[in-house]
Every structure is written in C-alpha cells, then in structure tokens.
Design a protein around this ligand. Structure first.
Ligand code: LMR
Length: 399
C-alpha cells in the first residue's frame, strides 16, 4: 500500500527551519518561522510562565482528563482577554469558548464545525494569507476562495477591492480575517475599515471568522482586539480562534481557544455540542499544561503584571527592529524604498523582493525566508543586521 507514494514538498514555513539547521554557514540567519527571538537569537521561556510552571509542578494533584471543551476557567479567561470584561459580560451565554490544541487546532476545529453546519460553505481568505490556512481548510473538506488584501506595489491594503469582493459574498459563506498583525503582510485593518466590514457582514450576512494569533504583539493587548471587539459587539454570530503560542511564548504547549458567539443561548449550547463532538473525534481532549499556565498567570496579580511587562518588551523590541532595519537599509544606499516595514505590525513583513532574489538570499547568503519574501522581523539582532543589510544590498544591486 505504501510502495507507490509520492513524497510531498517540504512545508513552505517549517521546511525552512530544517534547511537552516542543516546549513553550516556561520553567518546564516533564520527569518523564516514565526517565533519571537530575543537580542541573542533565543526564544526564551517567559519568566512569568516559568514561575507559573514551577507552581503547577508543586501543586498539581491530578493528570485526569480535562474533557473535550477543556477547562471552564481557562475558557472564561481567554474570552475575557479577547473580548474584555464588559463585552464578555454583555454577551453572557450567547458566547461559548472551547480550549483547543493551539491556534491551528482551533482553526481545524472551526473548519470541522463549519463543514457539519454547512458542507457547501466557502471560506474566503485574504490574498495573501498564512501558508497553512488553505491546506487546513481544504483538509476539512471546505472550499476556499481569496479576497483581495495586500498591494505589493503600494504596500497597503487593497481595501476598496476587498470591500467590493465582500459585498458579493453569499450568506452562509465565511470570511476569515486576521485579528491583528496580519500574517504574512503585517498590514492591519484600520478602525474605519473594520467598521465597513462590520456593516458589510450585517448587510450581506456572511459569517466572520477571526484568526487571532498575535494579540499583544502589534500595538498592545487591548489595542490589538479593537476590530475583533467591534465585530463581537455588533454581529449576531462570530467565530474567533485565538492562540497563546506567541503572546505567552507557549508554542510547543499547544494552547489556544475557539470562541463562538451565537444569536442566543440555545444556539450557543447546541453549537458547543457539535464543537465538542468534533474535538472528541479529532483528538478527544486538549492538552492541559499550557492552559494551566495561562490560567495561573492571569489569576495571579504579580505574574500577570510581569507577563504584561515581558510582552510589552517583546512588542517594543519588534517595533524598534522595524525602524532599525529601515534606517540601516537607507544608510546602505539601497535604492528600493523599504519604509513601509516601519508602518506594519507584528512579527512579519514582506521584503517585497522577487522570488529569484529570495532564492539568492537563501542559496548564496544563507538567509532563510519564506518564498513570498515574508521575514520574521523578531529574528533580526545586532549581530546579524550588518550581514542582512549588506546581503540585501548585494541582491538588490544585482537586479
Ligand atoms: C508562522 O507563520 O511562521 C507561524 O505561525 C508558525 C507556523 O506554524 O507556521
């Protein structure tokens, strides 16, 4: 049965880490996978997380199952982090949250749920979007279409075209939006643009599905969910998948959640039974460790402020690196304009170079980035910026 299998090409993001590890060049730089890196190139365990972990080790009294929807307290904590207390209270039992194995697990659970509710639904994703959105949604058996999003020439959102496209989306289809720190472009919707999307969703009755993987990495924990909260306040139904991989640095602990807002409590309860069944059929129950850490950090005043402070440092560092990169590129007399990098948010931006230039950075300079020219800004540091900028100058001048 397995004799005639054809191997698949490496994953466009994960494959870069493998190639990077195998590269012997001492100057190599990994701008590929979206993990936060500090000034020394490490992805450290956050101090608040480490402390919570030690407390859990001492006090945990059972490893019994948590159940398909996960821990009730954690679910409430995440809903409050995403929606804020006032809105979470206002939505009451119209809102249900389910713990998931990371953001990806939450996205897959949502896709399975949608497939049950409306097998003919199409999920509309931004052009471009995270490289794993399409495979994941298609694997759940749903159709995919793209709406216009990023203009590679002006480095801004093609909002008129996006709105024009959304206006025609039929009821029953879903529109997947990035809550903040758009991956891969770093170009985020303004408040006015979120308002237009809200009005379009009310008018044409498509369902919005938000992927919120970077809360706190853009402008701030509260600021980054302004658009999400605007929609949650006004739309009758909404799906939000959130992740603690980045903002708590819990990547491998697979810590995420799916929040669903329905028209009334009855629908929310029914939807939860379907979501719980999808979880049970997929992985039975979510892992506990990361969720317990988040719960403890958020419950403990001291750990919570320490976490907020650490997250702010990460965010500020990324924003400083954006400015630094733009300045250093200007100083290197590279003719192309890269100033847009400073206006974008979160871990990623496109360099806006061609596929051939990307391949040259990888093959000739050992600088690893996604083929779309997406870079992880957090991977830049004092030790690699000179090499990065001089390599960029070389490949830009060469064209
Ligand atoms: C990324 O976009 O690089 C991250 O979300 C990691 C991943 O799983 O792709």
């Amino acid at each position: 049965m397995f004799q005639s299998l054809t191997p698949l090409p490496p994953d466009p993001i994960l494959g870069l880490s493998i190639a990077f590890k195998a590269d012997a060049n001492p100057n190599k730089i990994d701008l590929g996978m979206g993990v936060y890196r500090d000034a020394y190139g490490n992805t450290p365990v956050m101090s608040a997380v480490k402390k919570a972990e030690q407390m859990i080790l001492k006090s945990q009294s059972t490893k019994a199952y948590v159940g398909p929807v996960g821990a009730v307290d954690y679910n409430d904590t995440i809903a409050r982090m995403v929606l804020g207390d006032a809105l979470a209270n206002q939505l009451g039992k119209r809102r249900m949250t389910v713990q998931t194995p990371g953001g990806t697990g939450g996205l897959r659970l949502t896709a399975d749920f949608i497939r049950k509710v409306n097998p003919d639904a199409t999920v509309w994703v931004s052009d471009p979007t995270w490289a794993n959105h399409s495979p994941l949604i298609s694997a759940a058996g749903l159709k995919i279409q793209k709406y216009p999003y990023y203009n590679y020439e002006t480095h801004s959102i093609r909002f008129d075209e996006m709105a024009e496209c959304l206006r025609k989306i039929p009821k029953g289809d879903l529109v997947l939006l990035h809550g903040c720190c758009h991956n891969p472009s770093g170009a985020d919707l303004s408040r006015e643009q979120w308002q237009v999307i809200r009005d379009l969703a009310l008018e044409t009755e498509f369902t919005v599905f938000i992927d919120l993987a970077y809360q706190g990495l853009g402008d701030g924990i509260e600021e980054d969910v302004n658009g999400t909260r605007l929609l949650a306040e006004h739309l009758p139904e909404l799906l939000i998948v959130s992740s603690c991989s980045k903002n708590f640095g819990l990547y491998r602990e697979r810590t995420g959640a799916l929040t669903i807002i329905c028209q009334n409590e009855g629908s929310a309860n029914t939807a939860t039974t379907l979501i719980a069944a999808a979880a049970r059929a997929n992985y039975s129950m979510p892992p506990d460790h990361g969720a317990s850490i988040v719960q403890l950090v958020m419950d403990n005043q001291e750990l919570r402020s320490e976490w907020k402070h650490e997250l702010a440092e990460m965010r500020d560092r990324i924003n400083r690196l954006r400015s630094l990169l733009v300045t250093r590129i200007k100083e290197a007399d590279i003719n192309d304009d890269f100033s847009f990098i400073e206006r974008e948010k979160g871990m990623f931006s496109f360099l806006g170079i061609t596929g051939d230039q990307v391949q040259s950075l990888i093959n000739d300079y050992s600088i690893y980035l996604v083929n779309s020219s997406r870079i992880n800004v957090a991977s830049i540091n004092d030790n690699n910026i000179d090499y990065l900028v001089s390599s960029l100058a070389a490949i830009c001048d060469g064209n």
